[in-house]
Design a protein around this ligand. Sequence first.
Ligand code: AHR
Length: 326
Amino acid sequence: MRKLIAILEVLVLMLFMITGCMDQDPQDDDLIVIGMSQTGAESDWRAANTESMRAVFTEENGYRLIFDDARQQQENQITAIRRFIQEQVDYIVVMPISEYGWEAVLEEAYDAGIPVIIVDRMVDLTNERLMTAHLGADFYAEGECAVSWMEQEFSSNRNLNIVHIQGTLGSSAQIGRTEALLDAVMSNPRWNIINTMDGDFTQAKTYEVMHEYLASCTVLPAIDVVYCENDNEAFGAIRALGEFGYDIGVGGTEVISFDATRQALLYCREGKISLCVECNPLLGPLVESCIIALENGEVVDQYQYVEEGCFVTNDITQELLDSRSY
Ligand code: AHR
């Protein structure tokens, strides 16, 4: 008899589990499933970007987000995209680490009928139909903003020694910001890039390469401008320059930075960063509006750029700082 009761208990339990699962399925079916491949967590900008996505793509808002952190490896992004295709997600969202090497995997997503939204950096495709939309920044325009500030700040008849710290090589943010600087150097004969280093968009690497460079100089070079391709690089560069006794700010070594995170704006207010070029990481709402439009059967603009500004010391008001969530 006891055995029979035990068997009955197991059967009832199994029935509960089955009906429980059945209850869950229709609920899940209502959610829009997003497979998202994030580059990594290299910078404060990136952390804010991830946070913006997570805040929007919640179950309460009607989404199931499958988030993958690629830890700075493109292979990890490709593997994640293949998994999203197998899982038949509704949309694939990718923040690509590099511009190159996406054609094959995006073709697979296209063949599976899954729209792909590229966010932040761009991908270089011969077949543009593989990408439903690109939502992000115009990195060349950001660089132009920096070089036009340099043209105003420094008289054209003085020599300018520039140290250039690049971001992750092959990423659109690096390519656009670098191209703008190189184009300006071509048209300003007195501008000299005295060293170019790869800071990989991180504070630690930039501190290391800048420190190594200065330590290797028998005589410390006069540096007028350090063109850092993001804020974290600027923080690392400023630390290294400080350790070698450089006078940072107007009249000394002027630091240019991209992103305009709160910490960089604070540095700008103190005069440690002369120019902050904005790059907006809060792209979650824009991605959501694109997905909503696609859900409604609308045609979306394939290229959508966000508006961004440039800030110098006098622009840094308390109101601006208070409004910066990242
Ligand atoms: O692609 C955007 C860039 O990548 C941001 O400037 C930088 O901080 C990030 O790591």
